[in-house]
Every structure is written in C-alpha cells, then in structure tokens.
Ligand binder design. Sequence first.
Ligand SMILES: Cc1cc2nc3c(=O)[nH]c(=O)nc-3n(C[C@H](O)[C@H](O)[C@H](O)COP(=O)(O)O)c2cc1C
Length: 342
Amino acid sequence: MPAPATLPGADESAREGAIRSLPFTAPALLAPMEGVTEPCFRGLVLARNPPEAIGGAFTEFARVSDHPLSVRFLERHLGPPRPTVGLQLMGPDSDAVAETARRAEAIGAPLIDLNFGCPAKGALRSCAGSGLLDHPERIEALVSACVAAVRRVPVTGKVRAGGENDTRLEEIALAVEAGGAALLTVHCRTRSEGYRDCADWSRLRRAVDAVSIPVCGNGGVETHDDLERLRRETGCTFAMVGRAALADPWIFSGRRVDRAEAARFFADYADALRVVERATEQKIAGRVKQLLRAWRAGGLFDDDRESWLAERDPRRFAERIEALQGDAGRRSTSPPARRTAG
Ligand SMILES: Cc1cc2nc3c(=O)[nH]c(=O)nc-3n(C[C@H](O)[C@H](O)[C@H](O)COP(=O)(O)O)c2cc1C
C-alpha cells in the first residue's frame, strides 16, 4: 500500500503496525452493501480497478443470531476467497459471532469486519448493527471476543457516528479500539440520519483524534477526487465509497470510460450471475436493474433508463443487455463468457 498520508496523533508507530496487519493494497475501499456487493459485482469492480487504486472490499453483512453460521453458509457468502476481501458479520451475541469469525477465518477470509451501523428495524430489534451504538461496552465485548477467537486475521469494526446524535462518537470509537480492532471504519452519518445527504466529515476527524488505530472514513464520497480529499481533510488512513461506486465502478482509478466499456460491464455482470450464481434470467434482470438505477458511467442509460426499468420480459432484457455491447468487441475480463441455462 502506498505510504499513508501524514497522520496526526502521538501513537504513530502503533497505527503503522495496525496498517501493516491489514490486507489492503491501497487506501480506497469498496463499502459493503447488502444485495449489491455480492461476489459477482465485487469481483468485477476489483478487476476493473488496479490494486494500487482499489485497496480492497468487504462482503455485505452476514447476520448471526444466537447460533454460529455454518461453514457452508459462510463459503457461499464469501465466494472464492480473495486476499483483499474481508467478511462482514453482524449479530448481538458475542459467543455466536466469535465462533462464526473463527469458522470464517478457517475457510480463508483474510479479515473479519463487524457491523455496528445497520439501521434496519430487524437489526435494531435484536440489538445488533446500529442498535449497539447505544451500548459501547457491548461493542467492545463483541470485538474482543472475535479477536480472541481468530488466530491470524485482523478484526475490524464499522460504526456510524452515533445513534440519535453524535455525542458518543469518541466513546464508540474507543470501544472498537479497546476490543482490539486493527481498523475502525466510521460512516459519518448517525443512525437517525440514515442515508441522507448530510455527510459531516468533521466527525471523521474527531474519530481519528480519539483513537490510535487507523481509521477508514466513509459517507458522501461522490467522485474520485473526494477519496483523496476525505483523507486529506480528516486524517483518515483509508476512504470508503458506497453508492457512488454503483454509479461508476471506475471511481477508484478515476478512469473515464466510454459507452462500450460501460456496456461490457453489464454484459459481464449478467454472465457472472449466470455462471457463478446460476441465477435465473428473472433474478439477473432484477439485479441488473438495481445497478442500472444508480449507473452514470459512460452515460450509458442517461437517455433511456426508464425504458430499461420498464422491460418486463427477462429474456428480452437479457437480449438487450447483450445487444448493448454493439460492436464493442469481445468481453475483456473474467468471468468467462460461457453461457449456462438460467
Ligand atoms: C443498499 C445498501 C446496502 C448496505 N449494506 C451494508 C452492509 O451490508 N454492511 C455495512 O456495513 N454497511 C452497509 N451499507 C452502508 C454502506 O456500507 C455505507 O456505509 C453507506 O452507504 C455510506 O456510504 P456512501 O455515502 O458512500 O454510500 C449499505 C448501504 C446501502 C446503500
């Protein structure tokens, strides 16, 4: 990984030690996004950006109730293990989450990330995800149980700036550090702010000042330049991008792609879902439409997004995706352009 930006704070060497324990190859990371960053999408984003532009990614959260998740489930969730893709867990029960973390390490996950940010009602009801932001002592206990359960891989924690407000931000950040995490990711919005436009990066600076471990700042990155600006303005070692990567998966490298290259991404995505996930054409159309709603790269759907979203016939949808490539030539990257029945 390139040398981090100048870091504030006294405990520089501890922070650098923690950075070295992380598997990332660069400071820009792809955020976990449920229903979106499954192995196929993740794999394409990682393939489209060089490792010096995208440092790594995470699985979406795997929900752990009061029983550890099975190895079979974890293998499906992780996909083929990749050295820079951490597996994210979310749950209220330290023992169950810690045992799941141990199993995840055993199947090759290079990092375990714990989710303390999900605002979904289900998470709040079971006091998982952002429900734990009101209980920093339980955050610490969960992190430390996982750190004790795994042998070699780092454990990291992803929080929001707070629950109802940001007054406990430092306490939350310190709880993640005290549990033994190697990295703290802070989504700068509070639970009650949801995903609204307000992205107050001064909260990221507060987290950086509070802890000695490296901090990854998240929330409101819109452009390639924002990735560096976030790190410069807040002192964060890493910057994480969520929704803007759905509009432009090349945001990490900053490369501007043309329509043909953007079209190839969609054809490759549909193929990957067919081959790797054995998804039905119906499911593929659903996934592709979800991406298409946010998409901006290459101006691909700027003129006819509505007609794509209105397409009801999954076979016809697949033909349109195929035809999109036009004369752009053969697909350039994995997965292989093999067709299987849906
Ligand atoms: C559809 C969607 C699904 C998400 N799923 C997860 C998840 O599984 N785990 C997680 O930690 N955060 C999840 N998030 C939050 C993002 O990782 C990120 O923190 C948030 O989108 C803010 O970043 P952004 O402003 O760059 O989008 C999700 C966000 C969205 C929009």
